[in-house]
Design a protein around this ligand. Sequence first.
Ligand SMILES: Nc1ncnc2c1ncn2[C@@H]1O[C@H](COP(=O)(O)OP(=O)(O)O)[C@@H](O)[C@H]1O
Ligand SMILES: N[C@@H](CCC(=O)OP(=O)(O)O)C(=O)O
Length: 374
Amino acid sequence: MDSARDRIRTASRLVVKVGSSSLTTPQGTIDVDRVDALVDVLAARRKAGTQVVLVSSGAIAAGLGPLGLSARPRDLATQQAAASVGQGVLVARYTSSFARYGLRVGQVLLTADDMMRRSHHVNAQRTLGRLLELGIVPVVNENDTVATDEIRFGDNDRLAALVAHLTHADALVLLSDVDALYDGDPRRPGARRLGDVRGPEDLVGVELGKGGAVGTGGMVTKVQAARIATGAGVPVVLTAAAHAAQALAGADVGTYFHPDGRHPGTRLLWLAHATTGRGRLHLDSGAVDAVVERRKSLLPAGVTAVEGEFAAGDPVDLCGPLGRVVARGLVNFDAGEIPGLLGRSTRELAASLGPEYERELIHRDDIVILESHH
Ligand SMILES: Nc1ncnc2c1ncn2[C@@H]1O[C@H](COP(=O)(O)OP(=O)(O)O)[C@@H](O)[C@H]1O
Ligand SMILES: N[C@@H](CCC(=O)OP(=O)(O)O)C(=O)O
């Protein structure tokens, strides 16, 4: 037994994500035996007192057979139609499979916007928390039928990581059709399993390939998900659905991503990973230095231009003089108010516009520096 992995074995709240390829047949129907095998493992853990959130993909894949489609459609409307049919079938299957153990499931469909808008985010958090208190196993998926291409996660890996930090889970388990992360395509002879990933340095030279015929993100989104979760202090294990029991028991299977010890507040993680900027503020180099290096609030005097339509409280991207996004923050003013403030000191603004304008454009507690800056 690996002691780091004790965090999986002893977790009192777990998020388990399972990919499409582990649940469905190549014919586009649910693989009942594999669903039951997964539920056997999750129900046993639930019975042992652990709260379990299941993030399940497979809606689109499970809708293919019923719609007479032989491959995953490329266009969004048909994918949504397949998801609409498949999601019902999938949840019906989970409902009866968990019922074998006297356990109930609750369907939770989330959009990227539910993670992005603070009010929705808090609402989703409350719903999931209440379901868990009531002893229900939430079955989460993206709300594929309403998500458009621009706002869609597409893969459930990052969604699962956000759910893990939303629910303050103790660990995240990513179950796929491959038993671990390898240093290259696992079908290639000589590919080596990575047993532990302690930080980005362990991923140098690792080829993150695409997923299979029904999966979407491949290893890229799994590694991104692991980064989001470990950055929030949540350990992650990635393995095959067939090894779920060993993974949950803390055995040395798959790849273990060690939490990196930083615990930024939930709000900043949400801001960095779950939002997209509704607009942009262009900063002069002095303001970039103040915000990024010295972690100061952003004042109107350092902003040279504003782009986009946003309201006070929205996330906006902060760009340096070369247009590169360096940070994201929750802005204190509507887009329309800002041009009149630019380049002016807060004292001057207060004198001419009133004391409510003696505020920073973005408070330093509401700013997250984006990794791409480094
Ligand atoms: N470096 C790698 N290590 C492991 N698997 C990889 C790697 N590169 C690509 N893959 C592929 O990623 C696939 C899993 O991703 P995906 O199909 O999106 O799964 P899921 O449906 O479970 O989300 C595996 O079948 C594997 O062939
Ligand atoms: N929400 C989609 C997820 C799409 C998908 O394929 O995800 P994954 O198998 O996790 O790479 C579905 O249920 O079909």
